[in-house]
Design a protein around this ligand. Sequence first.
Ligand code: GLN
Length: 481
Amino acid sequence: MTERDIINYNVRELAGLLYSREISAAELTGVYAERSERLNGSLNAYISLNTREALRHAEEFDRRENNQGINRMISGIPYAVKDNIAVRGMAMTCASAILGGFVPGYTADVCKRAGDIVLGKTNLDEFAMGSTCERSVFGPTPNPLDKKRISGGSSGGSASAVAAKLAPWALGTDTGGSARLPAAYCGIVALKPTYGLISRYGVTELASSMDTVSPMTENVADNAWILDMLSGKSPADMTSEDSKEYSFPCIGKGVANLKIAAIDCGYPLFDRACTRLEKAGAKITDAGGALDEIFERAIAVYHFINSVESFSNMSRYDGLRYGAKGEGQTYSEMVSSVRDRCLGEEVKRRIVTGAKILSLEPNGGYYKRVLDIRSAISAELGRFMSGYDALFMMTTGKEAPYAGSESDLPEKMYFMDSRTCIANLSGCPEISLPIGGKEGMPVAGSLMGKKFSEPVLYRVAYALEQELSGAISCEVRHFDD
Ligand code: GLN
């Protein structure tokens, strides 16, 4: 099979070919490894490549595997991993100088489930704090469809790797929109799962009460299939949830009589998507500005909580335990020297902001009020959602911005998450997928649902994808190597 043949298969087709032994894991991995080596120089999707080890693991898979069921084939398919997820023996940087030289001695639960064939670790905004993938110590990851634009962040490297076919699929993380936003800008699919559905063990903490791991794929059905393999309770993460609620859904079941609230009517591509869903039998309600006020509060509350939790999580980077070493005679001299030297501006800003918020009133009183508002937002959203099966909206207001245009002021970048962060605050699942194109660049919509309603979201997303795929392939340019 040629490189073209192989990269045109989707993940489930590859699983089928592995199962029937029409292709070996080594052959498949060889193609993606060679492609990644060849193209990563101009794309900067990967911080580090692991192609030799990936091939070794692929050969091991071929020797070991004796047709134990098609779902086992996930571990014969190579994939890319965001560099804030630990894989034993592979350097993990979180795109920060402070982790220079750090090699984890353990593998994240999610990677144990996905298998050993890791093509490389992908770029991100430092410690996943960002929306543009321009705040990495390894430089920005441009959008593979137009390199003058951003890939989006923080999981820009993973989105770019999938969009440019440097990997059949990738892992990202999503704490406020970090998988959905770059997926939207690069024209791929990302799920922010229900909080706890995928174990966080081995995933670098940003804001622990909102952190999730995201499968990032070219299409909806691959995403649903992969989630089935990745989800489930883990003894190593007490917040992980039993996945019996989730199993690969009958995504082709259609959308007849599903009730969907739409909040961005008036935008032509969004309206077209709604019309197609209606034709397929869904009941769409134009919910206009019903959630405007919640969204407005959500972005502020999200950043308060994110700063406080990141302040607390960042305390472990003290110049003693991991990576770069601090200088000085006392503990505090060492901490401040290493942080001053090795942390970027946005990370420092969150540490200082988080500390400030906690000290505003005695006993964290101010912060407790922020948490009350978070609960109120979740409750209000829950009341609204009780009347619907899904909420449909634009993932972001526009197609991928030009490089440098959104990252000059922190508040500009923060507002990029104004639609996405509510799913993280409330723990609800949300999937982003392309719904059309403008000037050749993808435009995405998102479906949010109640906790553990991933099967419903996948059904709606799949129906949309089927309805729109013809139009999208005319409207969105393709990556051309
Ligand atoms: N852009 C958001 C932030 O900077 C989201 C980050 C994320 O999801 N990791 O916090």
